[in-house]
Structure formats: structure tokens, C-alpha cells
Design a protein around this ligand. Sequence first.
Ligand code: NAD
Length: 253
Amino acid sequence: VEHALRQAAALMRRSLHAVALVGAGLSAESGIPTYRGAGGVYERFGEPTIDGWELFTHDPAEWWRQAIAHETAGSPFSEAIERAAPNAGHYAMADLEQMGRLAHVITQNIDNLHAVAGSRRVTEIHGNRYKVRCIECGARERLETVNLDRLPPSCPVCGGLYKNDVVMFGEPIPRDALEECYRQALAADLFLTVGTSAVVYPAADFPVLAKRRGAPLIEINPEETALTEISDVVIRAPAGVALPALVDLLLVP
Ligand code: NAD
């Protein structure tokens, strides 16, 4: 791990546009369970149903009623997110951005912890659970400011339907986010994957795309992933340990 960290730091020093793809593993040390992997939500509760998006397109008012009822009833997963605070890994990513070592973060997490930790250049490819999004024009707004007395709520900009920003199975990735991700993958001269099993598409494509254009890949994950084989540097450590260690190495002139 020591050696891999030094190799990663050397690559980051040489890089002008490093991009990271982040998965649920980064927030694991904040007490939010991952979906896949040991102890993950899928292992304990099974895979989610895939009819959410269909229900939304057929009966958005009913979808909202169910979503509100679900939130009111609470679930171990959403309660863990509500309670969570950023961990050392989130703060280290914000530090790397501040130090000019990390140009952009593409996160699959919906928990808002990058923003809380101070990262600014972040694309939330699967949305943010504290926001709603207009499915017509893509405008986003904080959920807590939306009037839910009349369902379904609609967009004050274009009148389109509002939906929670979190992208469900079957739902297309919002266009603005997807375009930004491709821009970043193509601009990257170094690509880090952090705490992602890299099996959810299209997110898992971005590192592959960057690699094809010559960007070295750094993987930070305690377990093997779908990307391990094509990674140039593999750091087998928790993100909350590896990322602060990288910051420390980069602080030394
Ligand atoms: P995943 O659940 O499929 O995989 C998690 C990965 O994290 C695994 O490879 C595991 O080995 C690794 N991991 C576990 N602990 C780690 C640690 N301390 N440090 C580094 N890595 C660690 O996650 P995914 O690939 O992000 O895809 C799952 C989907 O689930 C995403 O689309 C995301 O939207 C959603 N999700 C979000 C959250 C969140 O917002 N915090 C949590 C769970 C799932």
C-alpha cells in the first residue's frame, strides 16, 4: 500500500487534469451502507424493484405519495444518510481540489457529503437526495423549498414535472450531468476510481474511456473490482485512509 500510494502521488504531481469517479465506498466510513459488497444493502434486503420509473411516468402523483410515505416511515438506509457527516476521505478530496491536484469529481453518491466537505467541482450522476429536478428542463431545487400540498409538484421555470433528483433504475441519466461526465472523462490525463465496484453503467465507462485516451488509472478500494485489471496503480485500503495519505504525500514539496 505504501508503494502504491507513492506511485499515485507521483502520477498526481505530473497530472494537469485529474478526474475521480466515486462510489458508495467513500461514504461507507460515514456509516452509510454500500449497495454491493459485504454487508451491503443488496445482500441484506435484496435488489430493488425496477418499476419506480414506470410508476412515475404513468402516475406521478401516486409516485410522489409513495415517496413521501416512504420517507415518513423511514428506512435504515435513509436514516443512515440523514445522520452521516463527511469522513476523512471526503475532506481529503476537497483538499486535493483546493491544492489544484483534482480537477473534477464524478460521484455516484446521492448523499451530498462532497458538498458538505467543501468540494466544489462535483457532478452527481445519480442525483442528490436533498433536491428535486424538472424532468423536462433539468432545473433543480432544494426539496425542502418545494410545496408538496398539491401533487405532483411542477417546475416554476417550464411547468414540467418535478421528481426527486435521485436517478432510479430505468430512468435516463439527466443530460446535463451525463454530458459533463463525458467532457471530464475526455479531458482527464489521470483518472482515479474511489470506492466503486464499477458495475453500474454508464458510470463505469468513464474510467475506461479516459484510459483509452492514455490517462493512467488509480484504484482506491479495499476489494478487487471490475477495473482492477486495467488499473495502473491499485491502492488496497479504505478511502478514509488512502486519500488523506495521498494529501500528506502531495503536501511535501
Ligand atoms: P457499490 O455499492 O456497488 O460498491 C461499493 C464499493 O465500495 C465496493 O467495491 C467496495 O469494495 C468498496 N468499499 C467499501 N468500503 C470502502 C472503503 N472504506 N473505502 C473504499 N472503498 C470501499 O457502489 P457503487 O459502485 O457506488 O454503485 C452503487 C450505486 O448505489 C450507486 O449508483 C449509488 O448511486 C448508489 N448508492 C449511493 C450511496 C450514497 O449516496 N452514499 C450509498 C449506497 C449506494
